[in-house]
Write a protein that binds this ligand. Sequence first.
Ligand SMILES: *Cc1c(COP(=O)(O)O)cnc(C)c1O
Length: 418
Amino acid sequence: MGFREALFQGLAPDGGLYLPETIPYLEPDFFTSDLSYSECAVCMIHPFTKDDLSKTQLTDICESAFDYPIPIKELNDTDSVMELFHGPTLAFKDFAARFMARTMSHFIENQNQTLTILVATSGDTGSAVANGFFGVDGIRVIILYPSKRVSTIQEKQLTTLGGNITAIEIDGSFDDCQRLVKSAFQDKDLRQKLSLSSANSINIARLLPQSIYYAWAWNQSRETGPIIVSVPSGNFGNLTAGLLANRMGIPMEKIIASTNANDVFPKYLHTGNVEKRDAIATISNAMDVGIPSNLDRIQNLFHEDVNQVKIDISSWSFTDDQTKEMIRNIKMEYDYLIDPHTAVGILGLERYRRETNSKSKGVVLSTAHPGKFADVVEPIIGEKISLPNPLQMAMEKEKVSTKMSSKYSDLKEFLMIG
Ligand SMILES: *Cc1c(COP(=O)(O)O)cnc(C)c1O
């Protein structure tokens, strides 16, 4: 099984998630050297893709995918925020979506069957994937999103592109959308008819590009010792990418999984049990996930031993009230505006410091631009946020979506006809 096959299959035939057989170890010296971001990406990704992509091909892909800035905002001597939202859809999902779109498009050149990308989104994945694949020949993208559970701006970003992008509005939760995607992948009948691929964080090609910025955080921190990274987490793709980066050699004191009220993971660290739960709606809606699908991967990486997991990862859950207060505090103390997901990340780092008294450098992954969540953030700070240009343009367009129940038979019918 090579990279190319895992990229297109998404899910293994037994329903399991792909993980690299071996994770290459790069010496920390490598990560402190004077590399550009895309050079760093090529070095880290090449060991996984070398059978399918030459170094030159990979370099072209990385240079074109990661062509926007990644500023690091220092809040104080120890804490900083890495802004991962300067891509076209203003959330960190652009890193993975742009990389995937370019690799897939490279592989399907000169093939005549249309590839259908099926993706469930809690908000940001859908727009990043839609944007990454928009206008790519030979690919159509079907996005499933939970009706009324994404922000106004997110919905506009999902539903206004047109062309090879179709948005389906599901009468249900994100978990319903995710279940529908899984059902489609396990439907042999459907898969005979359609060439189907996923772009969710279940796809291993999403994880590789997301491990690069952990290396970048360490590189830019000019630290010699390990750093703390706090990751606002929902489906735990981002966090799993951090674990890969750690195994590749990025020194980490702790990786913090910061969650909203959807607290299956922190509970799992506490009790060792995974309690199935429906998603709860919160103001950090891109993290409203009941059962994180990358939990299987995390457990596998630690040989199903929760005590091993706890050595590398700490995790806490935070309420909407705490999140709002953090947005207000950061605005007042640093005159810096953050979105609700980033606020959850900062809460996690703060909590870790309180519990451990650690003074190591801490980096919070800032996953979205606050303007994407203006309907939540504006009332909290009592000010208007000026929207960056791409958001303003999406807001002015007409929404086009197909409404659908959460029954798989409805989705199947739609896909078979389309
Ligand atoms: C998707 C998303 C997350 C959660 O990332 P996972 O990889 O699913 O854990 C956090 N914040 C924002 C803004 C997102 O879009």
